[in-house]
Design a protein around this ligand. Structure first.
Ligand SMILES: NC(=O)c1ccc[n+]([C@@H]2O[C@H](COP(=O)([O-])OP(=O)(O)OC[C@H]3O[C@@H](n4cnc5c(N)ncnc54)[C@H](O)[C@@H]3O)[C@@H](O)[C@H]2O)c1
Ligand SMILES: O[C@H]1[C@H](O)[C@@H](O)[C@H](O)[C@@H](O)[C@H]1O
Length: 345
């Protein structure tokens, strides 16, 4: 096993660039060896300040000789979600560690193909970028749920608000690019699979680009009947907010509220609004990628697996169907392969 991960980052857009920076400056045991972007100039700009790193327009070129000679021994996929299936099927046969940004893929069938390909290899190579599992407050809430000190968890009320959406963000992506985080974190917090999803469309914001009905109200049920509601509001203008209130038999817990300094100045009080996911989850991304690197150097994965990617993709598929029908749609999962063990998600 290598003592250093030499990572090829596929996709140098907003998230890829953030991961490149983190791998280059803050993560121990890893370096950026190659950056691939269909926009070659963007890849070149991304490697300009990283000695030894090379830029390519396609993953195939980056893998061609460099995997064989050890120049590249890990892959981080940060292309848009609808391209992950192709990127994963190209990277998996290399039999090297893969961090795939969420979603694994946007729908259940394509995600299952990835699970099948990994199962055929016989070892877990894919970690999915559900970084909320590495956020300190979500981890504390998970600890409280598992400890039982507030009794049983009964309900979760989730707010997921983004300032605006990038070009090409579709109505389906409110579910399979955004609510996919809640699907994963609800599974992680409760330790249960999700059994149904319903979506209610109410009054829409005039700020939502054509084709998007924003906000939406998503109702989720887990296998023991924990109910979660999510306000997904991706053109909320004011800033970024991801917060959850958990109702227990013996108490209420809030996480993700505005933090930071509370300022009083010139007759006013308040603080600053979080502008985006980089600021809200910066520490969680660092912890997530460090965990991936540490585990990869031991030949393991250090976070959510392809099974988690598949289970959430099945929820997304149900959610997209529910957007259209307004009905409660059941989430039916295939049998969990032995490779992914048993027990909590
Ligand atoms: N975990 C999180 O909180 C979080 C935050 C943002 C984005 N993401 C995820 O990261 C991924 C990328 O999102 P983004 O916001 O950076 O998107 P983006 O559009 O900013 O960047 C995507 C990049 O991929 C490149 N690209 C497109 N097709 C390519 C191909 N075939 N080969 C190589 N490069 C190609 C584009 O040129 C672009 O530079 C998505 O899966 C998204 O869901 C996760
Ligand atoms: O890709 C982004 C990212 O995953 C953010 O964490 C989420 O808040 C956004 O809704 C999504 O579009």
């Amino acid at each position: 096993m290598a003592d250093n991960l030499r990572v090829a980052v596929i996709g140098a857009g907003r998230m890829g660039a953030d991961h490149i920076q983190r791998l280059h400056t803050r993560i121990h045991g890893a370096e950026v060896a190659a950056v691939v972007d269909i926009d070659l100039e963007r890849a070149q700009a991304a490697v300009a300040h990283i000695p030894g790193a090379r830029a390519f327009a396609t993953a195939a070129e980056a893998y061609a000789t460099s995997v064989e000679n050890g120049d590249v021994n890990a892959v981080l996929i940060a292309t848009p979600g609808f391209l992950h299936e192709q990127a994963l099927l190209e990277a998996l046969p290399l039999d090297i560690p893969i961090l795939c940004e969420k979603p694994l893929t946007p729908d259940a069938d394509s995600a299952w193909k990835i699970v099948e390909a990994e199962v055929a290899m016989g070892r877990k190579r894919i970690q999915v970028g559900f970084m909320r599992r590495f956020d300190a407050e979500y981890a504390q809430l998970g600890g409280l749920i598992r400890s039982g000190e507030l009794g049983e968890l009964l309900m979760l009320h989730c707010r997921h608000r983004n300032p605006d959406t990038p070009a090409g963000f579709t109505n389906e992506m409110l579910i399979n690019d955004s609510v996919v985080h809640e699907f994963d974190v609800i599974r992680y917090l409760t330790g249960e699979e999700i059994t149904s999803v319903q979506v209610r469309l109410g009054k829409a914001s005039s700020k939502a680009p054509n084709g998007q009905h924003d906000p939406q109200h998503v109702l989720i049920e887990t296998s023991t009947g924990v109910l979660a509601d999510v306000e997904i509001f991706v053109n909320a203008q004011f800033g970024y907010e991801v917060a959850t209130q958990a109702a227990f038999e013996d108490g209420i817990v809030d996480i993700g509220g505005d933090g930071g300094p509370y300022l009083r100045r010139a007759g006013r009080w308040g603080g600053t609004v979080t502008p985006g996911f980089e600021a809200r989850f910066g520490a969680a991304y660092d912890a997530e990628i460090q965990s991936w690197v540490d585990a990869a150097l031991r030949g393991e994965i250090g976070g959510p697996s392809a099974w988690d990617g598949y289970a959430t993709a099945a929820c997304c598929e149900a959610g997209v169907e529910a957007q259209k029908s307004g009905e409660k749609v059941a989430v039916v999962l295939r049998e969990r392969p032995a490779l992914y063990g048993e027990g909590a998600p």
